[in-house]
Write a protein of this length. Structure first.
Lengths: 195, 77
């Protein structure tokens, strides 16, 4: 029986380890999960290992899938835990991040700009810009990077990301704020100025 | 009237999208008047767009090979 990932009986078919359902899920999300693992900063070999571990865990625990969230959210939740195990970087995301001090210094006491943003070249077609943004992304701590990748690249909703990463909406806001400002500050520092 | 610091938080944290319509309107009004926040907002969008263009490019032949390899390994189990 053909499988649609939005079928209402998909959760029960996954729980029953229906081979067609399992195969459809693996094939549907393999590319996205691999890209997300690479986006989270894992090198090629480690990304493949993590992706394999993710789907093997999905298959092992299939009978536990309740279907309360979409199967994509569940798989990305497994991926997130595998990435953290691979990175072992959870301690780097402190409650207070130096980027917050950097941002504080940009504003006067009344909340207006003291040091406003400078114009920075962000042309998509420019290979120098692409190289610099990837360098900047490599400098972003693990959880912040993962939150950004899930939001902006994979297109998950904030609600889904909170489930995947087991964070509150407030925490997620802080992670995204820190990541986005790190990237912006980094590009400005690298001096990719628009003429 | 919203301050620049608050506007940058709303934009960068993603809180703006789930804010009450009055707040969203307040930010729009602020952006009409503040060129610095307008630039900040444009840069946030450009950064996301730039990274999406990198990460969402069509799969390379190496990526396609990786995907096929992983699918075979996993579906054999």
């Amino acid at each position: 029986m053909p499988v649609s990932l939005d079928d209402s009986d998909l959760p029960s078919r996954i729980r029953a380890r229906d081979p067609q359902a399992i195969k459809a899920v693996v094939k549907a999300y393999m590319g996205q999960v691999l890209r997300a693992a690479r986006g989270a900063g894992l090198d090629e070999n480690l990304a493949e290992d993590v992706v394999q571990a993710t789907f093997l865990t999905f298959m092992e625990k299939a009978e536990n899938f309740e279907g309360k969230s979409h199967v994509r959210t569940w798989i990305f939740g497994i991926l997130y835990k595998k990435i953290l195990e691979a990175h072992r970087e959870t301690k780097r995301d402190q409650k207070k991040d130096s980027i917050e001090d950097v941002m504080e210094e940009r504003f006067k006491a009344d909340g207006s700009w003291m040091r406003p943003p400078e114009h920075v070249d962000m042309q998509v077609e420019d290979s120098e810009v692409r190289e610099k943004i990837m360098d900047c992304l490599d400098g972003v701590p693990g959880k912040q990077r993962i939150a950004f990748i899930l939001k902006e690249i994979e297109g998950h909703s904030s609600k889904e990301i909170c489930k995947i990463m087991n964070v509150t909406r407030t925490n997620l806001g802080a992670l995204l704020f820190r990541c986005r400002n790190r990237l912006r500050e980094c590009l400005e520092r690298k001096g990719v100025k628009r003429s | 009237m919203l301050r620049c610091k608050e506007v940058t938080w709303l934009i960068a944290s993603g809180d703006l999208e789930s804010s009450h319509w009055t707040r969203q309107l307040g930010v729009k009004m602020h952006l009409l008047l503040c060129k610095h926040c307008r630039l900040y907002w444009a840069q946030m969008k450009a950064i996301a767009s730039l990274l999406r263009s990198i990460f969402r490019a069509p799969y390379s032949s190496e990526e396609i090979e990786s995907i096929k390899r992983l699918e075979q390994r996993i579906l054999k189990k």
